[in-house]
Design a protein around this ligand. Structure first.
Ligand SMILES: Nc1ncnc2c1ncn2[C@@H]1O[C@H](COP(=O)(O)OP(=O)(O)OP(=O)(O)O)[C@@H](O)[C@H]1O
Length: 308
């Protein structure tokens, strides 16, 4: 990722209204060159609407949007962008290869590039089979192959793992990571926290049309905790509070959770054992993105309640 270079995607104050529904409500979003950016939110949060605007499929109600330095939908922007928005449409009676040939012809893409993208998405062996015989995972991978035909700088993928079985998800995630490692900029949407955690550099969290946070994945889960099972628990708790402060110690599901760096685990263990406390479990854990998401979205709800 290149934090100093101009962003490839710059969105500011974006809104989209469908009748009474405010699908996107003042979204700000920046995607930097070379990063894999995850646009994370539950169903109906406004992800697809935003991505449709970025690819020029629909117009925003208000706000400014720059993609690769131009307006979405401009010919020179489209030429440098590859996208898969919702399920890709292909001719069912044609092979994967022939479907790509049709698209390549239309986009003026040289033939050898078709073989390259088929290899990239691991479909070379099945390229001559009819599209209708493909598994959902293969259909999605062909969608990504189509998005890559023009060798785009920016790849926009809407819920690329949606509906896939675990193996299909794993293949798709690996493919996206490879695209990122190759220096390509990827913007993808997902409703799966674990997924963005695995494949993205940064994540923007959207809830009810509003961006609630934009962070690196690491920033979102930097806080680490020790999980401790000890008897007698109350004695352990008092001792830890005395040593580390009340704010660092809390009870959760019969275990004590202690906010200290993992390299202090041995020291904490010794403290308890020396006081005659039996420690049956002690390990470090990272705060799950689920918790962070819950915290961020409930804060927003509270703010909204106060504002209203
Ligand atoms: N063409 C449309 N006409 C009317 N309402 C729409 C339209 N498209 C989307 N919406 C509404 O806008 C809101 C945001 O939808 P959007 O599809 O962008 O969310 P999403 O985060 O992509 O969710 P999903 O993963 O379910 O597609 C929803 O309330 C949806 O019902």
């Amino acid at each position: 990722m290149n934090a100093t270079a101009a962003p490839l995607v710059e969105v500011s104050g974006l809104t989209k209204r469908y009748g009474d529904t405010l699908a996107v409500d003042g979204v700000d979003l920046t995607v930097l060159p070379g990063e894999v950016y995850g646009f994370l939110g539950p169903n109906g949060a406004g992800k697809t609407t935003t991505l449709r605007i970025l690819t020029g499929l629909i117009c925003p109600t208000s706000g400014t949007v720059r993609v690769l330095g131009g307006a979405p939908g401009q010919a020179q922007v489209l030429a440098r962008t590859g996208s898969m928005i919702e399920s890709p449409a292909f001719y069912p009676y044609l092979s994967g290869l022939d479907n790509l040939r049709v698209l390549a012809e239309y986009a003026d893409v040289p033939r050898p590039r078709i073989d390259e993208v088929l290899a990239l998405v691991d479909l070379a062996d099945r390229a001559r089979d009819r599209f209708s015989t493909y598994s959902l995972g293969m259909k999605q991978r062909l969608g990504v192959a189509a998005a890559l035909l023009k060798d785009p700088e920016l790849v926009i993928l809407d819920e690329p793992t949606n509906g896939l079985d675990p193996a299909g998800m794993r293949d798709m995630r690996r493919l996206i990571r490879e695209l990122g490692a190759d220096g390509r900029t990827v913007l993808l949407s997902s409703h799966l926290l674990g997924e963005v955690q695995q494949i993205c550099d940064r994540v923007g969290i959207i809830s009810e049309g509003r961006m609630v946070a934009e962070h690196t994945v690491d920033e979102l889960r930097t806080e680490q905790e020790l999980v401790i099972r000890a008897t007698p628990r109350e004695n352990a708790r008092s001792l830890l509070i005395e040593a580390l402060g009340a704010a660092a110690v809390h009870l959760y599901d019969e275990t004590l959770r202690v906010k200290v760096a993992p390299d202090r685990a041995a020291e904490v263990n010794r403290l308890l054992v020396d006081a005659g406390i039996a420690v049956s479990e002690l390990h470090s854990t990272e705060r799950a993105l689920e918790d962070v998401f819950f915290e961020l979205t409930t804060t927003t709800d509270k703010e909204k309640t106060h504002a209203g």
